[in-house]
Design a protein. Structure first.
Length: 142
């Protein structure tokens, strides 16, 4: 099991701090929320889509540990231009990677930052928050 010092690295903490670049916006038409049953971390997400259903804008309201916030930062860093199908596939790959030590690392820019947290099952729900909240928002797109 990873120690707190290894889990909350300077890079993880820095990524968590960068979420301020995606503040909550009341004008985003699609909203979704996710909560980790394991640790209680939560994330609210607002999204806007273009006419093709691709993400064009994101706003966040995080109530999560630094790992959950860092994972959300990784999500927002590569979510623009992605569709429901893209997010669904990425969420499934991330869940598989967290659940199975033999699963390949998801193809999402920056995911390597979470390698240490992968070994801490109590943080897996926090890692999934952004993808889960995005899917909840995208489900409302109709």
């Amino acid at each position: 099991m990873a120690s707190v010092a290894v889990l909350y690295t300077p890079d993880v903490l820095a990524a968590a701090m960068e979420l301020a670049q995606w503040p909550w916006r009341d004008d985003l038409p699609l909203t979704g929320s996710a909560r980790s049953r394991a640790c209680g971390s939560a994330l609210d997400m607002g999204l806007a889509l273009d006419d093709d259903g691709n993400i064009t804008a994101i706003g966040l309201r995080p109530h999560a540990c630094a790992v959950g916030q860092a994972a959300a930062r990784i999500f927002v860093g590569a979510a623009a231009g992605r569709s429901l199908a893209d997010i669904t596939a990425a969420q499934a790959a991330l869940a598989a990677w967290l659940a199975d030590a033999e699963a390949p690392e998801p193809d999402w820019p920056g995911i390597a930052l979470l390698r240490t947290a992968r070994g801490v099952p109590g943080r897996h729900g926090a890692i999934m928050l952004a993808w889960d909240a995005a899917l909840a928002a995208l489900a409302k797109a109709g």
